[in-house]
Design a protein around this ligand. Structure first.
Ligand SMILES: Cc1ncc(COP(=O)(O)O)c(C=O)c1O
Length: 384
């Protein structure tokens, strides 16, 4: 129940990768036959990645994952378009790969704005319109939020941004292979994606950048990836990413309704069984695999540990790395108090889940919540 955290490698992805971890080890930059063979396989992976999101292969730059794609997309545009202005907009609910990158640019001479969102975690067009200035070069916002699952009205946002000559970068790490994505239809200028969220390997990802965009490199060296991202390619990882993208896109028509039905049953069942329980995020405009709850009078950490002992893996609202006890900035941004944010539970479904898992969770979570409430110094004392 933590597929937004990470996913296991699909056996078909592993099978495609294996030769490139063993006998096909040549450097793709080598001009002898073995090198050229590996280069051809990388070209296929680039094509698979591009096709899955409606892009052209030359618009794909391979990176080490979602974090690097966000860094390259945002810093690359900021440095590459400096002459056009220095104002960058993002939101208060982004992943730290985006917020900390924008913070860094703010500390280094750029003007940055963090847009508030409404109670569902959506950017409102009027708020965005007021914030866009003559020197706004880039707006960066996730397509599907990694915590509460809210999906932005991206086409409207892009239309508004383009009318005002600003580019749009979207972190689609949580949306790719979960909902259909066509970059040309969405109109975004840049899009980040990551391998390990889509049944591919960890440490691999890609940045889509619309043809003709001027980006500055973030990592310098031998000039790989059209000089945008130097370093000998993670060949096996890239082969795995290409395969995972292909499989992910092909499976959408069956996987979306399957996962959504389980997700809806989870939400309905949980809210019916427990009083003082709420759904975080947008009720409809949300990623099909995401159910994010808030239960009053309990601590998310205690809930997680109890579920862990029962073999249920989930995530809570106390920062993405559960090492920190700080309330999630996303939950605070949608208007929750720190206490409310601490009582959150994120369940994210995926390929490994079945209807029986949903039954198990619907039995376990209310039981644990009631037990914790009965012991809670915060009041309540159990009950429904
Ligand atoms: C929305 C979002 N962006 C970026 C990342 C970082 O991706 P990676 O782990 O591939 O660096 C994550 C991972 O949790 C994410 O959920």
């Amino acid at each position: 129940m933590d597929h937004s955290g990470t996913t296991p490698i699909d056996p078909r992805v592993l099978e495609a990768m294996m030769p490139f971890l063993t006998e096909k080890f040549a450097n793709p930059s080598s001009i002898y036959t073995e090198g050229r063979e590996v280069r051809a396989a990388l070209d296929t992976a680039r094509l698979q990645t591009a096709k899955a999101i409606g892009a052209a292969p030359e618009e794909i730059t391979f990176t080490s994952g979602g974090t690097e794609s966000d860094n390259l997309g945002i810093k690359g545009i900021a440095l590459g378009r400096k002459e056009k202005g220095g104002h960058i907009i993002t939101t208060t609910i982004e992943h730290h790969a985006v917020t900390h990158t924008v913070d860094y640019l703010g500390e280094n001479g750029f003007d940055v704005s963090f847009l508030p969102v409404n109670k569902y975690g959506q950017v409102e067009l009027e708020t965005l319109e007021k914030e866009i200035r003559d020197n706004t070069i880039l707006i960066s916002l996730a397509y599907g939020n990694n915590e509460i699952g809210t999906i932005q009205d991206m086409k409207d946002i892009v239309k508004l941004a383009h009318e005002k000559n600003a580019l749009v970068h979207t972190d689609a790490v949580q949306a790719v292979a979960k909902i259909p994505i066509d970059v040309k239809d969405l109109g975004v200028d840049l899009l980040s994606l990551s391998g390990h969220k889509i049944y591919g390997p960890k440490g691999i990802g890609a940045l889509y950048a619309r043809k003709g965009l001027k980006l500055a490199p973030v990592q310098h060296g031998g000039g790989h990836e059209k000089n945008l991202r130097s370093g000998t390619e993670n060949v096996a990882g890239l082969i795995g990413l290409g395969k995972a993208m292909e499989i992910g896109k092909a499976g959408l028509t069956t996987e979306i309704p399957r996962v959504k039905a389980m997700r809806d049953r989870l939400i309905k069942g949980m809210l019916a069984e427990l009083d003082d329980s709420y759904l975080n995020g947008h009720p409809e405009k949300r990623l099909p695999h995401n159910a994010h709850f808030r239960f009053s009078y309990i601590e998310g950490e205690a809930l997680l540990l109890n579920l862990d002992m029962m073999g249920i893996i989930a995530s809570t609202g106390s920062a993405c790395s559960s090492k920190s006890l700080k309330a999630s900035h996303v939950l605070l941004a949608i208007g929750l108090t720190p206490e409310q944010a601490h009582g959150s539970l994120r369940l994210t479904l995926g390929k490994g889940n079945t209807d029986e898992d949903v039954d198990t969770v619907l039995e376990a979570v209310p039981k644990v919540v009631k037990k914790l409430r009965a012991m809670s110094p915060l009041g309540h004392g159990g009950g429904k």
